[in-house]
Design a binder for this molecule. Structure first.
Ligand SMILES: [Fe+2]
Ligand SMILES: [Fe+2]
Length: 303
């Protein structure tokens, strides 16, 4: 395989980075609702020129709440997946066992972190924002697929998280500093998860038959389709949340324009940025050049 990722290297990086939820949020560390939370490359609200600047910011923050909720949702299935995978690897390479358990521990911490941010958001935003779920149903659906199919989906999620921070947040001076700090701390640990999940995908693919690999790519597409259905439903929730928060109605054409922009923004955020990530595609190409082509064709719908 064409990378130099190791369990030991990922573990050592992770131990150097380690942060606590309590150091990031709480006390005087509060969200600043006069600032946007999401980079425009993901939020995609500025094209809605019929909104005032303050309304655009509200919609941006609603997309921030949706981001917190979406990660809460996906990490609820990543955690049991990694725990199950670690459990089957408890003997053998000591670094592998420790790195996988560290990976699981970090995802449990991220679930906690995203929950804390949602609580802060709900306290300060001033009106309710709905979100799809429940997480239990999503987890059941995703984990009903083969380990390789799910590992490919998780690899997509890890790489897309890195891309969100590096391309949209790192050098962005407009965002709320606390929301930016959340994205930075998440990125710091996800950087190791991309490597660990690449190693997991490679190991599972090596032990799989050609038929199992084809099936795993079909499952990845099914999980993507399931997520896209959730995105369509969440688009409606975001728009209703906006109407509540802004205290104004939308004309038919305004609603259509907002639906188009939010749907496009969400699809790019959660599907396109992962499916077109060069490192994600490099790993899937090594497993199946045909699988890579299928993903590239699928990605056109989400970019
Ligand atoms: Fe995470
Ligand atoms: Fe992760």
């Amino acid at each position: 395989m064409q990378n130099n990722y190791t369990y030991q290297g990922a573990l050592e990086a992770s131990e150097r980075i380690g942060w606590r939820v309590e150091d990031i949020i709480g006390g005087d560390k509060q969200l600043n609702f006069t600032k946007p939370f999401m980079p425009e490359s993901l939020a995609q609200v500025r094209k809605l020129s019929f909104l005032t600047a303050s309304e655009q910011r509200k919609l941006n923050q609603i997309r921030g709440h949706e981001y917190l909720s979406m990660f809460g949702l996906v990490e609820e299935f990543i955690l049991p997946y990694v725990v199950d995978h670690a459990r089957s690897q408890l003997s053998g390479d000591n670094y592998r066992v420790r790195a996988l358990l560290q990976f699981a521990g970090e995802e449990a911490k991220h679930i906690h972190l995203f929950k804390r941010f949602r609580e802060e958001f709900e306290t300060g935003f001033g009106s309710k924002c709905d979100f799809i779920g429940p997480a239990e149903d999503v987890k059941r659906f995703v984990l009903s697929h083969s380990p390789l199919g799910v590992a490919i989906a998780i690899l997509h999620i890890e790489w897309m998280t890195l891309r969100h921070y590096i391309e949209g947040v790192k050098d962005n001076q407009d965002l709320d500093p606390l929301f930016k700090s959340l994205l930075k701390h998440h990125w710091l640990e996800e950087s190791q998860h991309t490597k660990l999940d690449t190693l997991i995908v490679e190991a599972l693919a090596e032990a799989a038959t050609e038929k199992e690999i084809d099936q795993a790519f079909q499952e990845y597409a099914d999980i993507g389709g399931f997520l896209d259905n959730g995105i369509k439903q969440q688009t409606e929730f975001d728009i209703e949340s906006f109407i509540n928060a802004a205290g104004r109605n939308l004309s038919k054409s305004e609603r259509e324009a907002m639906t188009g922009a939010v749907l496009k923004g969400m699809r790019w955020t959660y599907l396109g940025t992962g499916m077109t990530h060069a490192n994600f595609l490099a790993t899937v190409e090594q497993i199946s050049p045909e699988g890579k082509k299928q993903i590239e064709a699928m990605a056109r719908l989400f970019c």
